[in-house]
Design a protein around this ligand. Sequence first.
Ligand SMILES: Cc1cc2nc3c(=O)[nH]c(=O)nc-3n(C[C@H](O)[C@H](O)[C@H](O)COP(=O)(O)OP(=O)(O)OC[C@H]3O[C@@H](n4cnc5c(N)ncnc54)[C@H](O)[C@@H]3O)c2cc1C
Length: 409
Amino acid sequence: MSHPYDVLVIGGGVSGMMAAITAAENGAEVVILEGNDRVGKKILSTGNGRCNFTNEQLGVENYYDADPAFVKPVLDQFSNRDLINWLQSIGVDSKVQSGRVYPANEQATAILDILRLQMNRRFVRAETFKKVRSIRKNDGLFEVSSVNGEFAAKKVVLACGSKAAPHTGSDGSGYLLAEKLGMKVKKPLPALTNLRLNAPYSQEWDGVRVDGTITILVDGREVASDTGQLQLTDYGVSGIPTFQVSRYAIRALDEGKEVQAILSFLPGMDEEQAFDCLMARYERVKEYLARDFFIGLLPKKLAAVLIKQAGFRHSKPIRYIGEDGVRKLAKLMSGMKTDVRGHGNFKQAQVCSGGVLTSELVPGTLESRKNPGLYLAGELIDVDGMCGGYNLQWAFSSGAAAGKAAAGR
Ligand SMILES: Cc1cc2nc3c(=O)[nH]c(=O)nc-3n(C[C@H](O)[C@H](O)[C@H](O)COP(=O)(O)OP(=O)(O)OC[C@H]3O[C@@H](n4cnc5c(N)ncnc54)[C@H](O)[C@@H]3O)c2cc1C
């Protein structure tokens, strides 16, 4: 058993490193126990290697089904501005693209390197190959048992991440540790991932990228919708708008509900407007073959799928379809409805929805109500943000809040 550290952090992701740095800045002697051979593995794959660490617009509304009374005090303690300014003050400038904030050199390694440097400068020890198996309290001290040694600490921050991208170390063991300490966990499910559609034509549209809207219906009721570039694949649909709505579809599927996706390839237009738009085109290009009707409007592969789904022959002149035919195409283009039959797994998901219930924690300090002296941070908590830098911001903010509280300041 080690001598008792002031603060022991379990998990060396962004939230754990931020908790450790903040606790050390507040005078604590800190150690991180990390199961992997190194800290911060997940950071390197964020934002396609560019690390979209926050967003210019930050609010509770960027977190799904978030309780403002829980999320806001954490974001307020270390906001997007605080994060950008702090990184700048320690050497990492940022760059903004469509509101998304990246390190100026667009290298995720910049974020990992600077966090490691800050840890070194504050004498935070990082003990690797120390996957934690149990935590218990004895005589006012936490005894933490890892596969490679026993540690003692006055305070503990649990920051083990979720089950998303388990190859980076977040294999869900944090949920088990929390449950063993009596905390309630909402079933973690993949989020920010692709959806598998019951669409027999998906082989034909594989590889198409097109602007559109995806809307999710659960038991016939609209629950979420997002617009942007849809990526059509041989299994269904991917891309950022799909990621944004996926957590609703996945939770509903898990609950045995009927889930459908409506894809619209004329974003912002309802069926009637789509009809007017296509009718005007029809009048202009009546002499074209059906397969050429959508030239300049839709990618070829998608046009072929729509024409086939409407029951028309590609090689016949479009004039034969008449007004009723145009209406049929407008209906498909503005609302192609299919059943959702599956989704990306944990390996493919960027985050999880679910996790340790926020009601288990004291808002602002993130201390466990049932285990005084134990704090939680990061994705382990039942808070999931939209694509756009919100999950890393949560990891930074919650890490800062937990680290500060654990250090006793
Ligand atoms: C491919 C991909 C791209 C992403 N891109 C973005 C993006 O651009 N912007 C954004 O905001 N978010 C992005 N995210 C989400 C974001 O990376 C995470 O929400 C965030 O990193 C979570 O940080 P964390 O510290 O809570 O958990 P993690 O980063 O998962 O860290 C948890 C750490 O705990 C360790 N650990 C787990 N169990 C134990 C144990 N029992 N004992 C010891 N150590 C343990 C793990 O090895 C790991 O190092 C992306 C995620 C993925 C997978």
